[in-house]
Write a protein that binds this ligand. Structure first.
Ligand SMILES: *Cc1c(COP(=O)(O)O)cnc(C)c1O
Length: 390
């Protein structure tokens, strides 16, 4: 049983990461529904252009998800059966599922302790003649060491694909994530910093992004979506068997408004993070996230790690204690190698990737969203203090 305090338990449950949707998004969706054009159309085009401008990318294509964007990236780079793709164990399953989808073999490489990002030195050590790509994940929004990966990419002639599901709003040495020459995949899933409900965006060099644009709509040649428009034509040609990975104008309507509100939402996120950092900076049992000086952090996640040995309790007990006080949390992520499909297929064991595993055991993601009030954040701080002191 968790001890009760003056402010706790909260009267209402604080969800881990609710979407920040206002009347502006709602009205834009209604207008789209009334416009007569509800699938890929003018709003998607506008969203792509504005997003590309926001990150300074040469080109961008809106897609149905980040997973779709990652899958398409592997196809564009010609990754196939017999190939190897290096990635991190500390990611959402879709980063690795897409490697399976193209028939290649995922090669996991452990993360580094500070940022929990994939370790470039270990990546270099894992390269073989079969390595056809590396997928890096900007974990929680902290950019990976892009300079080191650029060097690896040039030295071995291997493309780097960036899983930037957490990293819209992040910068590396002053440059927004999404501006590199790598194909970069963003997610607009409901919990992400910018949401369209479901959705994603692929940015990169124009030639590769145009290829993705075609693959995302059955492999039909360009602007095929215009075929029902007055200015369009019924005629199209299929140049290769593509996918159905396009975004709808209904989603883009939400995205356009979220893009306008983004800086404000990020500012609020940073204020909540400040409160957490202040509260736990000098705590013996809670290890706060830190960031390197040369990056800007999007703060998609606020992941704390516990000194379980000193606390003499499990991470599960802490999560349950917080839940008793009406505080929602999550864990990012169950390392890929622990999922039954992967552990069976590749005979991976818990400690094959010890840094990912040891950190997974002691991590919790605290509630973080631009919808949180100061009072919500204070509840989280007091609840966590109460639970770990109990
Ligand atoms: C959310 C997420 C994805 C998947 O994004 P979708 O848009 O839901 O496909 C991929 N990678 C990471 C690291 C994620 O957090």
């Amino acid at each position: 049983m968790t001890q009760k305090t003056a402010r706790l338990p909260r009267t209402t449950f604080l969800p881990f990461s609710p979407p920040d949707i206002t009347n502006e998004e709602i009205n834009e969706v209604i207008e789209t529904l009334r416009s007569g054009w509800i699938t890929t159309g003018p709003r998607v085009k506008e969203f792509q252009e504005q997003f590309a401008e926001a990150v300074g990318a040469e080109a961008a294509v809106a897609m149905s998800s980040c997973t779709a964007a990652l899958h398409t990236s592997l196809v564009i780079h010609g990754v196939q059966e017999g190939d190897e793709v290096i990635t991190t164990p500390l990611t959402f399953c879709s980063t690795v599922n897409v490697i399976e989808h193209v028939g290649a073999r995922p090669v996991l490489v452990d993360v580094e302790q500070h940022t929990l990002n994939i370790d470039p030195e270990k990546v270099e050590a894992a390269i073989t003649p079969r390595t056809k790509a590396v997928i890096v994940v900007h974990y929680a929004g902290h950019p990976v060491d892009l300079k080191a990966f650029k060097r690896i990419s040039e030295k071995y002639g291997i493309p780097i694909i960036e899983d930037a599901a957490h990293a819209f709003g992040s910068k590396y040495e002053g440059v927004p994530i999404g501006q590199s020459q790598n194909l970069t995949a963003f997610s607009f899933y409901a919990t992400k910093n910018l949401t369209t409900g479901e959705g994603g965006m692929l940015t990169g060099p124009k030639e590769l992004v145009d290829c993705a644009r075609r693959l995302a709509l059955h492999g039909m040649n360009r602007d095929a979506w215009k075929r029902y428009d007055q200015a369009g034509s019924w005629y199209y040609e299929v140049e290769e068997p593509g996918f159905k990975y396009n975004m709808t104008d209904i989603q883009a309507a939400i995205g356009l408004v979220q893009l306008r509100r983004f800086e404000k939402m990020q500012a609020r996120r940073r204020e909540i993070v400040e409160m957490y950092q202040k509260a736990f900076a000098n705590h013996d049992d809670v290890i706060c996230p830190t960031k390197s000086d040369h990056v800007e952090h999007s703060w998609h996640l606020y992941v704390v790690r516990f000194n379980l040995e000193r606390l003499n309790r499990s991470r599960e007990a802490i999560i349950e204690g917080l839940k008793d006080l009406n505080i929602g949390t999550s864990v990012h992520f169950i390392p890929v190698h622990l999922h039954p499909y992967y552990s069976k297929k590749y005979a991976w064991r818990e400690r094959d990737f010890p840094v990912a595993y040891e950190n997974f055991r002691r991590m919790v993601s605290l509630p973080l969203s631009s919808r949180m009030s100061d009072s919500d954040a204070e509840d989280v701080i007091e609840a966590l203090r109460t639970v770990i002191q109990a």
